[in-house]
Design a protein around this ligand. Structure first.
Ligand code: BTN
Length: 210
């Protein structure tokens, strides 16, 4: 992986899209226009880890694997970071980071944002958190060395070990609720609802009602 470092960008996703070279990583100290999943904005001031990776899209599980790679990296540093389906990174019940995937031909740009020393805005403090003790570059290095080991692992098995979604009653942003039964071979969430079994691809789980 070739890592290119920038001080301030609109979004590392934009730079990755311009360069569009397989196995390139774009990391920035701050993003002025960071974006999250589903068109949301991603606040990314100095102090966090904000980066994008250009990878060949070899499996629909690639963004789940990225979440596993992050969780493993934190484990190596002594922190237990869990995954909420599909690839939200959770620390003590709050969102530590997230992953967005943008497809360009047979490449995928995986954007990963992790709160470290950056301030968390007051209005999201009850749902978001950071780990200020972790050094950005050390974490990035550990994540990248895990990302490239994808073929050595059973992605779904590793994801299942680290997830906090399966086995819970969950509600989607559409309002539909059900029981999160398993994850399918293509990464879909298999939910049991009153209407029967459904597979979810891009919905957000907004609530867990244990
Ligand atoms: C989410 O909504 O949970 C995904 C957030 C992804 C944020 C990262 S930060 C680096 C990369 N550049 C962006 O603009 N977004 C991603």
């Amino acid at each position: 992986m070739r890592v290119l470092h920038f001080s301030s960008v609109t979004s590392t996703q934009d730079i990755a899209r311009m360069i569009l070279k397989e196995n390139t990583v774009i990391v920035a100290d701050e993003q002025r226009k960071g974006r999250g999943r589903r068109g949301r904005k991603w606040i990314s001031p100095f102090g966090g880890l904000w980066f994008s990776m250009v990878l060949r899209f070899t499996t629909p599980l690639i963004s789940l694997w990225a979440a596993v790679a992050v969780s493993m990296a934190f484990e190596e540093l002594g922190y237990e970071v869990k995954i909420k389906w599909p690839n939200d990174l959770i620390y003590y019940g709050k969102k530590l980071g997230g992953i967005v995937a943008e497809h360009v031909g047979d490449l995928v740009i995986l954007g990963i944002g992790i709160n470290l020393k950056n301030p968390i805005p007051e209005e999201i403090k009850d749902v978001a958190t950071g780990i200020p003790e972790v050094e950005r570059d050390e974490l990035l290095h550990l994540i990248l060395s895990n990302v490239v080991k994808m073929d050595e692992y059973n992605i779904l098995a590793e994801w299942r070990k680290r997830n906090i979604t399966l086995g819970k009653r969950v509600c989607l942003s559409s309002g539909e609720c059900g029981f999160a039964r398993d994850i399918a071979e293509d990464g879909a969430l298999i939910m049991m609802t009153e209407k029967g079994e459904i597979r979810i691809y891009a919905e957000d789980i907004i609530q867990r009602v244990d």
